[in-house]
Write a protein that binds this ligand. Structure first.
Ligand code: COA
Length: 419
């Protein structure tokens, strides 16, 4: 049916779950937004919105209320101005929020491939929470798009979809980030912590991509991650990532969503080595912890001298969300030979602010607690906080702070009785 007809299924007061990141179905979202004048109080639940998120723009408040599970560039202003909401939650628990009806779902909007001979469609680049939403909703609406790569591991049968809208259009893409000298220096420090045969989780952005540049001489790396992007394709082609040494799911890339360019989407298309699994599997700390030498690499906005990590708020403003950070920090800490790494530049705001902070900014949330934290890495080196007292942590973190701030951090640590 047409998108217009399919979206007539949405009623006032419904909660709608939208397929995640580059798996968002643009045609369905546009048709929903077109109904704004006639709809009231419709909640749109989404994680990282990679599309324009028109439903969160000024003037849409009466029709749509966006409930963001992870704030991104397209939704940040709406959340900070109070026109949209943020709900804190671990990525791994989102499927349970839907299937246990803690957040009851009325309508799911997803994007799928055309069916195979048995009538199964692949969920392509975004599997994470969509099947859980679809299993708990009143209506599942799918955009069927021949440009969606057929990934293996998660599928939905035509019988489980209520409305199908056939519309072929290029997927949303994420261009590779610009990697400068700073990111390279951090990437090199992180790469020194990675041994041959490790299994990696990599977050989004310039720092994780910079790490990849320094892995070219490593052997038999594996991937168990919530996502990966184009950088991994180059390492796979170079024979660095083989997944051969993975303790579980040996030989397979295990991932819940993909963000990149067509190069990545072609790499995963019908690739029997890529296994897409829902996020309550990929991000389950007990699954992650079964891998020996599991390395998680994520970033942060600031870290205090006790090792509390804020990865999501600038002051009182929600900048992003926890995503899978704590899922992987906890999983890597259970792994024999594992390491969880938080890598960040030593300063922000053009060098005016130290990200190694005397205290987190007032109003900022703790993302990774001081009890969970392992390695903190900046361009000045790595601090291993495992088993370290508060005094030892303060010393180790000051040593990797920007030299311009070491003296004032030392004075603050003394004032706070840490040193
Ligand atoms: N005080 C003031 N401003 C700060 C700041 C601080 N402590 N820390 C960062 N900023 C500013 C930066 O200067 C930058 O501003 P600019 O764009 O004007 O230069 C902006 O905030 C963004 O900082 P940056 O470090 O460039 O962010 P990023 O895009 O690399 O993302 C996180 C870093 C932490 C937000 C991101 O990794 C994240 O969302 N992590 C949490 C989720 C997660 O780890 N998920 C798991 C993997 S997907």
């Amino acid at each position: 049916m047409s998108a217009e007809t399919a979206l007539k299924q949405v009623k006032d007061g419904d909660r709608i779950v939208v397929g995640h990141a580059c798996g968002e179905p643009p045609t369905l979202v546009d048709a929903l937004v077109a109904r704004a004048p006639e709809l009231k109080n419709v909640e749109i639940v989404h994680m990282v919105a990679m599309g324009p998120a028109k439903y969160a723009q000024p003037g849409m408040e009466g029709s749509f209320r966006h409930n963001s599970l992870f704030v991104g560039a397209a939704t940040r202003k709406a959340v900070s101005e109070g026109r949209a909401l943020h709900t804190p939650c671990f990525f791994s628990e989102i499927p349970r929020l839907f299937s246990w009806r803690i957040l009851p779902v009325d309508v799911t909007l997803m994007q799928v491939t055309p069916p195979d001979a048995e009538g199964y469609c692949s969920l392509g680049v975004s599997v994470d929470y969509t099947l859980a939403a679809s299993g708990a909703d009143r209506v599942t609406i799918a955009q069927m798009n021949k440009f969606m790569p057929r990934t293996l591991g998660a599928k939905i049968h035509l019988d489980e979809i209520d409305c199908i809208v056939e519309k072929d259009e290029p997927l949303i893409e994420l261009k590779p980030p610009v990697i400068g000298d700073l990111e390279r220096a951090i990437g090199e420090n992180v790469a020194k912590l990675i041994e041959d045969g490790s299994t990696l989780q990599l977050g989004i952005g310039a720092i994780p991509d910079a790490v990849l540049l320094f892995l070219k001489d490593k052997k038999d790396l594996g991937i168990h991650s919530e996502m990966f992007s184009d950088g991994i394709v180059a390492l796979a082609e170079a024979g660095v990532v083989t997944n051969r040494k993975k303790t579980i799911n040996t030989g397979k890339y295990v991932v819940t969503f993909l963000m990149g360019t067509r190069k990545l989407y072609d790499f995963v298309d019908n690739n029997p080595d890529v296994m897409m699994r829902p996020v309550d599997y990929t991000n389950d700390p007990f699954i992650i912890g079964q891998h020996e030498k599991m390395i998680s690499i994520n970033s942060a906005l600031q870290v205090d001298m006790m090792g509390q990590v804020n990865a999501e708020m600038i002051g009182r403003n929600q900048f992003s969300g926890v995503g899978g950070q704590v899922d992987f920090v906890r999983g890597a800490s259970r792994s024999v030979g594992g390491k969880s790494i938080i890598a960040l530049p030593s300063t922000a705001a053009g060098g005016k602010v130290s990200r190694i902070a005397g205290a987190l900014d007032p109003g900022a949330a703790v993302t990774t607690s001081r009890n969970d934290v392992h390695f903190i890495v900046t361009e000045y080196g790595a601090a291993d906080l495992r088993g370290k007292s508060i005094r030892e942590r303060a010393k180790a973190l000051i040593a990797i702070a920007h030299p311009n701030f070491r003296e004032s951090l030392t004075a603050q640590a003394k004032e706070q009785g840490m040193l």
